[in-house]
Design a protein around this ligand. Sequence first.
Ligand SMILES: Nc1ncnc2c1ncn2[C@@H]1O[C@H](COP(=O)(O)OP(=O)(O)OP(=O)(O)O)[C@@H](O)[C@H]1O
Ligand SMILES: [Mg+2]
Length: 510
Amino acid sequence: MPGEIWTQLSSAITGLVLAWVMFEKYFPYQLRGYLRKYSQKLMGYAYPYIQVTFHEFTSERLKRSEAFSAIQNYLGSNSTKNAKRLKADVVRNNEPLVLTMDDYEEVTDVFEGVKVWWSSSKTVPKSQSISFYPAADERRHYRLTFHKSHRDVITEKYLEHVLKEGKAIAVKNRQRKLFTNNPSEKWYGWKSTKWSHVVFEHPATFDTLAMETKKKEEIKKDLTKFSKGKDYYAKIGKAWKRGYLLYGPPGTGKSTMISAMANFLDYDVYDLELTTVKDNSELRKLLIETTGKSIIVIEDIDCSLDLTGQRKKTEKDDDDKSDKEKDPVSQKKKEAEEERKSGSKVTLSGLLNFIDGLWSACGGERIIVFTTNYVDKLDPALIRRGRMDKHIELSYCCFEAFKVLAKNYLELESHEMFGKIEELLGETKMTPADVAENLMPRSDEEDEEDCLNRLIEGLETAKEEARKKAEEEAVSKAEKADKEGGETSSQAAKENGEISAEAAKENAGG
Ligand SMILES: Nc1ncnc2c1ncn2[C@@H]1O[C@H](COP(=O)(O)OP(=O)(O)OP(=O)(O)O)[C@@H](O)[C@H]1O
Ligand SMILES: [Mg+2]
């Protein structure tokens, strides 16, 4: 409200209160109803302002309102010049200081010559019980006041301008985050405490990732297509999400690739630790809290979920498949009952539901990445196309991948020793992590040749070890075959003996 009319307003309010007391005391009951009705109408004519309120949380209390966040950004940048009382938000994890308009503060804004007033406020719900975390129950809101003669300009143009500007500021100030899920004992209130975050600052990019160029380009193309595919996904009626399965031995760059993906797309990362999620409903709650433009990662999926158990169940079920085909409903019930009895944590079906689109309702642009060392261990249902759209194998270091590492670690494009290394890499398996470890200078005295020599030594040792191992395996295989062969022949001899004894008996009898 404009400041200069405050004094007049307060005396008017005092007058009104006095009039109200007289009215309640002396006016006949029947007449009061009429008077109230008409006085409200009159107020409507007399009070020429319109107010719009924007609440922090949506009515389902689950999601933070996007409009509120955009307005907060917009007012944050405007009010630092304008408002007298500002609030500095908690600074942690190297985040820059964020100044926003303080609660119960008021600022003005002018748009196309029209003046509007913004105020911020909060309400604490009246609760019977005493909350341990009162701050978590507060509900904040912004209120916009403008003259009713400017209704069209404000509703049609100004609000759009505020939201657009607010979102642009968010993009500009965005510090990407790495979220990890908290165990549910630490969830309280209905504000977001399910995920903790730190600033995501992993330096990995596709340029630093050791991998064949062709494969890298293909992945980059796939990611770009996805991130620009909003209309496409809407057209084909699919949730805007994409699943990647990264598999390969330890140290081949699966986690590194996830960071490279996040840096490439400018997405946040949600590192979902499934072992701390109690059940499917907790999983759902966690998922609802994730925001768009994010990569949801479940590392080592084979260890996080008892998929082998699930598979056993499937195999067992296959035996009485006819029953299953007859009555799929009771089968489902049986499965649910088994899950319940086993006090199960997140189940395969819960996870599948989650991937398939329970969460598609809460907006799009999410990538889900699973990593595993043992792709064969996974349930085929989990990794079928449509769920995991793209399967990427990360494997042992090839020469092309080595060249990337040599450039990153030693700033070498080529060297006479590269030929030998290429030959050795063709003959033996070494993970990019091991190659990188050998290439990293261990002291200031070491030059690139020392590092390359160390790598060659390492490769030769690995080759020798692999040769020995193969030899040992061949010997033990031969021994096993011999043993089995011996057993078979002695078994055959025994059987033959029995037969000939019987024949002799028969002959003797005959
Ligand atoms: N392809 C690669 N390109 C560049 N660096 C790599 C690559 N693979 C591994 N590294 C290096 O090795 C380290 C370990 O790699 P990373 O953690 O990505 O392996 P991982 O495949 O996720 O292994 P795990 O299966 O054990 O989780 C990284 O810090 C990185 O420096
Ligand atoms: Mg990893």
